[in-house]
Structures are given as structure tokens and as C-alpha cells.
Design a protein around this ligand. Structure first.
Ligand SMILES: [Zn+2]
Length: 64
């Protein structure tokens, strides 16, 4: 079974808007893999997306 992690963040995206913590500040500067969207998983064998957070559209768009 082949799984693809679409989002690996927690319940808040990183960088979280207006947050000044070191993690969010680093993600704001470096972007790319430092940014995290809400957690979701894609099972390729059955083409099923599991756990779709609010930002799933952005997360899926990044997969292309
Ligand atoms: Zn933060």
C-alpha cells in the first residue's frame, strides 16, 4: 500500500498568521518545506484522501 502525506502540520498551519514564535518566523522566511498545512493522507491504491483540513485545496495544489 502506497501512502502519501499531503499535510503534516497540526491543527494550525505553519506559519500561523500573526504568530511571532521562532518556528513561524523561520517558516515565513524560508518557505517551502518549512511551511506546514493541516494533516491529511492520500492512499494511492484506492485513490482516497483521508482527513481533509480547511486548507486541503492548497495542499493538493502543491502536489502537482
Ligand atoms: Zn507560531
Amino acid at each position: 500500500m502506497k501512502l502519501k502525506i499531503i499535510g503534516s502540520g497540526g491543527m494550525f498551519q505553519i506559519p500561523n498568521p500573526f504568530c511571532k514564535c521562532p518556528l513561524c518566523e523561520e517558516a515565513r522566511i524560508k518557505r517551502g518545506r518549512y511551511e506546514r498545512l493541516g494533516p491529511s493522507l492520500y492512499i494511492e491504491d484506492i485513490k482516497m484522501l483521508i482527513d481533509t483540513p480547511e486548507d486541503i485545496g492548497v495542499a493538493c495544489d502543491r502536489q502537482v
